[in-house]
Design a protein around this ligand. Structure first.
Ligand code: FFO
Length: 288
């Protein structure tokens, strides 16, 4: 995946030093685009080891229309924990619990999870119930019934509800294109991209989404076009970024869906990763 390293270089070369909401500090460039050809393999980063289990659970969680971290927590996926925890800390029920204690409570206490595990009307809600509209179902039906339409769009950005979300969607909208010989392309518009932590996840998420939609609609996945608004590298990720620039990219892995279930019923166990080779894990702190 040379494209990811190109993206890093582009931001380092053209970007500006900026302060941001989380007060971590970034180097940022506005308006970048990368193209991944899924015919060459599944775009899971090879310049660091990616915890893909989290990515798969997250996308299934979106498709289910779920917005509560309980499902993720029950499956040991930690990537969304910080935001509900921050919200809990600001509540009257907070009695000094650590993040780990908070997560254990989400796991063990359904009432607590209902009250403090929800992120608000984020991705799952908007995809499946945007003021009553099931955008995802309409998209699948649209691709099947009118493949060459220019309106295969799902928007997670609902201006009337962003204020109620613990974090407004980073990947805000996406469009599917069906080519005449049965290829499925997808373009994602991401308003804000954390290049070290989030972007590797976001690329693989939408690539998996393409694989799932293509299978459901009898098409073959081809181009993932990833457009990012504010593409930024957090200053506390700079060492990990430099290490990756020195690493050789490796051949990509493949992905296989081992079931004929509908896209609404596919489960984590049905998704198989084949031949994933990568360099070692790199740890970085998430900006909240
Ligand atoms: N907040 C920030 N600052 N950056 C982001 O990319 C995002 N996200 C969502 C929402 N909030 C964000 C959360 N996605 C990790 C990965 C994706 C995340 C949040 C955190 C992360 O820490 N990954 C580590 C560890 C994974 C693990 O082992 O659990 C890693 O990949 O090394 C953008 O979508």
């Amino acid at each position: 995946m040379k494209q990811y390293l190109n993206l890093i270089n582009e931001v380092l070369t053209d970007g500006e030093r900026r302060e941001d909401r989380t007060r971590t500090g970034t180097i940022s460039k506005f308006g970048v685009q990368q193209r991944y050809d899924l015919r060459n393999g599944f775009p899971l980063l090879t310049t660091k080891k990616v915890f893909y289990k989290a990515i798969f659970h997250e996308i299934l969680w979106f498709i289910k229309g779920d917005t509560n971290i309980k499902y993720l927590v029950d499956n040991d996926v930690k990537i969304w924990n910080e935001w509900p925890y921050k919200n809990f800390k600001e509540s009257i029920d907070y009695k000094g619990e650590t993040l780990q204690e908070f997560v254990n409570k989400i796991k063990e206490d359904q009432n607590f999870a209902d009250q403090y595990g929800d992120l608000g009307p984020v991705y799952g809600k908007q995809w499946r119930n945007f003021f009553g509209i099931d955008q995802f179902k309409l998209l699948i039906e649209g691709i099947k019934n009118n493949p060459y339409s220019r309106r295969h769009i799902v928007s997670a950005w609902n201006p009337a509800e962003v204020g109620d979300m613990l974090l407004p969607p980073c990947h805000s909208m996406w469009q599917v294109y069906v080519s005449k010989d049965g290829w499925l392309d997808l373009q994602l518009y991401q308003r804000s991209g954390d290049i070290f932590l989030g972007v590797p996840f976001n690329i693989a998420s939408y690539a998996l989404l393409m694989v799932l939609i293509a299978k459901e609609c009898n098409l073959k996945p081809r181009f993932l076009i990833h457009t990012i608004g504010d593409a930024h590298i957090y200053l506390n990720h700079m060492d990990q970024i430099e290490i990756q620039l020195k690493r050789e990219v490796m051949p990509l892995c493949q992905i296989k869906i081992n079931s004929n279930k509908s896209i609404y019923d596919i489960s984590f166990e049905d998704i198989e990763v084949i031949n994933y080779k990568s360099h070692g894990k790199l740890i970085g702190e998430v900006a909240v």
